[in-house]
Design a protein around this ligand. Structure first.
Ligand code: AKB
Length: 388
């Protein structure tokens, strides 16, 4: 099953389904492809049970890994994955289609959109805060132009299907920006509309894209003679720092927490680039994935806003060190703050107010701090580095 796409095609979980149910594919009879012995027919039967088709951009990233694994547990979701790099075989086996390509390639996106009817787009592809600071124009292209391209695809899909396509967008605590540590410490839990004065390229990109999503959902083409009959359904989470036991982050500034853990588990010394008293909110990856799925599933009428804070715990870097040291007593960890990266973390809030998410769609983390370490991070990371 190969389509004319400028990206590279990798066969995935249900190759027959994709062609059989795509707009292009549906023009040709597919039963001849089912082959001998009925295995293809089984695939066909599975395909008619597929209730949802989702597009995941940045599928190879940390959230992408978690989301694909979680969605694949449901046998009614067909996953189309897009990333710059090929997915590892165990992950691509869980997708019905994997496209290796760039979100800046509009032709590729349009081709995907003529080939599939997506119910939901999870637009995860992004350049994170530290990387974005090193290559600002590139970050702007990926984070802003890339998001605009995906929003346009969501509009096309919404018009074609005559119903709002859901657009799930991970934003970040990087949209907040305190001018100094004193105002951060004084502010306490920050609400969604406070301190939205980001100090990084990434934070600026994320804040702008939140507003872009909101515009597409509410006022897109507001001057058209005929009012737009149906608009996209944009839903956004402001993630705190994320910690996974399975994958390692690259290019973020909250990375010191996962880096401490992953270094300790491998017996490698770690020089932490922030001060011991540094405090920002965090959550573990399974909570991040559940939050995305819960927001996606929430009834539209319950949602009083497009953008929601979420968080699970907010330890200082010293508290994180103590938890890691407890699990790995021989770990060597030293604090060697990097003045510039420290300034970025100091501009992010020490905690966020999650009451809107709790009230509107029932947000509650499964993993508060101790449980996160005892039941998810430490056992998961020990398993990951079993042979180290
Ligand atoms: C980063 O550090 O850039 C990200 C984030 C906080 O959004 N992890």
């Amino acid at each position: 099953m190969i389509f004319v796409l400028p990206g590279r095609e990798i066969p995935g979980r249900f190759p027959g389904i994709v062609s059989g149910f795509s707009k292009l594919g549906s023009q040709a009879p597919r039963f001849s492809r089912f082959g001998e012995g009925g295995a293809g027919f089984e695939t066909y039967l599975r395909s008619i049970r597929v209730a949802k088709k989702v597009l995941i951009t940045g599928a190879n990233g940390e959230i992408g890994h978690g989301l694909i694994n979680r969605l694949a547990e449901r046998d009614n979701t067909e996953i189309i994955a897009l990333d710059l790099a090929p997915l590892e075989p165990s992950l691509s086996a869980k997708c019905s289609r994997v496209v290796v390509g760039d979100i800046l390639n509009s032709a590729l996106l349009e081709n995907l959109s003529t080939t599939h009817n997506f119910d939901t787009i999870y637009h995860l592809a992004a350049v994170l805060s530290t990387s974005a600071e090193r290559h600002p124009p590139h970050a702007h292209r990926v984070n802003v132009d890339g998001t605009l391209n995906l929003l346009e695809i969501a509009v096309t899909q919404t018009h074609l299907q005559g119903r709002p396509v859901k657009f799930l967008y991970p934003s970040s605590i990087a949209v907040y920006g305190f001018p100094d540590l004193a105002s951060k410490n004084k502010a306490g839990k920050v609400r969604e509309d406070e301190w939205c004065t980001p100090r990084t390229m990434y934070g600026i990109n994320k804040l702008y894209c939140e507003q872009l999503g909101s515009y597409y959902a509410n006022r897109y083409r507001q001057l058209d003679a005929e009012s737009v009959p149906v608009r996209i359904d944009f839903r956004c989470l402001r993630f705190p720092g994320l910690i996974s036991a399975v994958t390692r982050p690259t290019g973020g500034t909250s990375d010191y927490a996962p880096e401490m853990l992953h270094h300790a588990a491998q017996g490698e010394p770690y020089h932490c680039f922030v001060r011991e008293d540094t405090r920002i909110p965090f959550m573990v990856m399974p909570d991040a994935i559940e939050a995305l799925l819960a927001l996606e599933a929430a009834p539209k009428e319950k949602l009083n806003r497009e953008v929601y804070n979420i968080s699970a715990f907010n330890p200082s870097a010293a508290e994180l060190r103590d938890l890691v040291q407890k699990a790995f007593p021989r770990a060597e960890m030293r604090f060697e703050p990097d003045r510039k990266r420290q300034a970025i973390v100091d501009s992010w809030p020490g905690d966020v107010d999650c009451r809107a998410a709790e009230r509107d769609w029932g947000w509650k983390p499964m993993f508060p701090m101790n449980r996160a370490f005892e039941e998810y991070l430490i056992p998961g990371i020990r398993k990951r580095y079993l042979n180290v």
